[in-house]
Design a binder for this molecule. Sequence first.
Ligand SMILES: NC(=O)c1ccc[n+]([C@@H]2O[C@H](COP(=O)([O-])OP(=O)(O)OC[C@H]3O[C@@H](n4cnc5c(N)ncnc54)[C@H](O)[C@@H]3O)[C@@H](O)[C@H]2O)c1
Length: 382
Amino acid sequence: MVTAAVVGTGFIGPVHAEALHRMGVNVRGILGSSPEKSREAAQKNGLEIGYDDYQQILDDPQVDVVHITTPNVFHFDMAKRALLAGKHVVCEKPLAMTSAETAELVEIAEANPHLISAVNYNIRFYPMALHAHDLVQKGEIGEVYSVRGGYVQDWLLFDTDWNWRLQAEKSGDTRAIGDIGTHWMDLVGFITGLKVEKLLADLATFIPVRKKPRQAVASFEGKKAENVPVEYDEVQIDTEDWGSVLFKYEGGARGTMNVSQITAGRKNFLNFEIAGSKGALAWNSERPNELWIGHRDRPNEILLKDPSLLEPLALAHADYPGGHNEGFPDTFKQLYKAVYGYLTAGDFDAPKPFPTFVDGHHEVLLCEKIVESNKHTNWVDV
Ligand SMILES: NC(=O)c1ccc[n+]([C@@H]2O[C@H](COP(=O)([O-])OP(=O)(O)OC[C@H]3O[C@@H](n4cnc5c(N)ncnc54)[C@H](O)[C@@H]3O)[C@@H](O)[C@H]2O)c1
């Protein structure tokens, strides 16, 4: 039986553990930032081991796959050490802090083709996103002319909102783009197959000074009234709260993306609208079981997720009957279905049905181009 270990006990580490449980993968243990946190998380998540440190996971012969869900700054070192120790890796996005790091990880992954090197772009695995992929690839909406949309949230709206993502040294040189924009760019690239040729970016930091609480607050917990800090230090912020990017894709298609972590009322709203020569498709993550199909010469449609109506790729990743909603936690399970299915099939020459380190590298490169474009206020070649 394939066995996994999870690194990170915050918001998303337990989501990985739960999704793995649900698809029958043995999760042996979990690691937090201290042995006490590891043991507490192991108990809370029903796992056998709370590890003392990362090396203990790498030395554990029973662990086949390491899931890395720590803050971004740790991804490079952890992913590299895991591959060199002969472990398969599923790493959270962004894959690392710089494209020099991600390029090195791609090199190590390519030198170890018998090991999985996946990046956790889970949003691809909503059934309706997969269905959109199949429709575009079948030519149902014709030639893609343009794409628009973005990813907006409100959890960092107030200057009392705090998270490690606000510190460039832990998160990277971009924040809204790197944290959520990469999900949008990955998803749209996956669905359409479009490759970015040039981009023009405008980034803004509307809250340049924030109140950093002296007590740690877990990701997304700062919005709760009891977590508003009483004691804090004022900290200068040097990454963007908001960003807009224009894309020119190879072949002539155009795109626009807007991201924000400070839009009141938008909890976690990723949306796309893909306009083609024959039709259009639109979807958003707050109504993930519906796909809007736009027509010029007949009434538009809203397709409610129903396995009996889905294209093959979406069908393979829809586990419940029509009208039974599948949501955020299911996308993790579906991504791991692709990863662990590939692993147990054992044909490592077969095309990979999941996002790889190459995709992770590409996203970090795009982030760097976006920072460069914003800095010089001009179009940048990708
Ligand atoms: N795919 C998604 O939808 C998604 C969603 C949220 C977060 N993420 C990604 O997951 C990662 C974690 O984000 P989060 O929101 O869970 O953050 P978080 O702050 O809630 O959790 C991070 C965890 O890492 C642990 N940690 C810190 N340093 C460590 C170390 N050296 N060794 C072991 N554990 C350590 C912390 O104790 C904490 O438990 C980020 O890279 C983020 O971009 C992805």
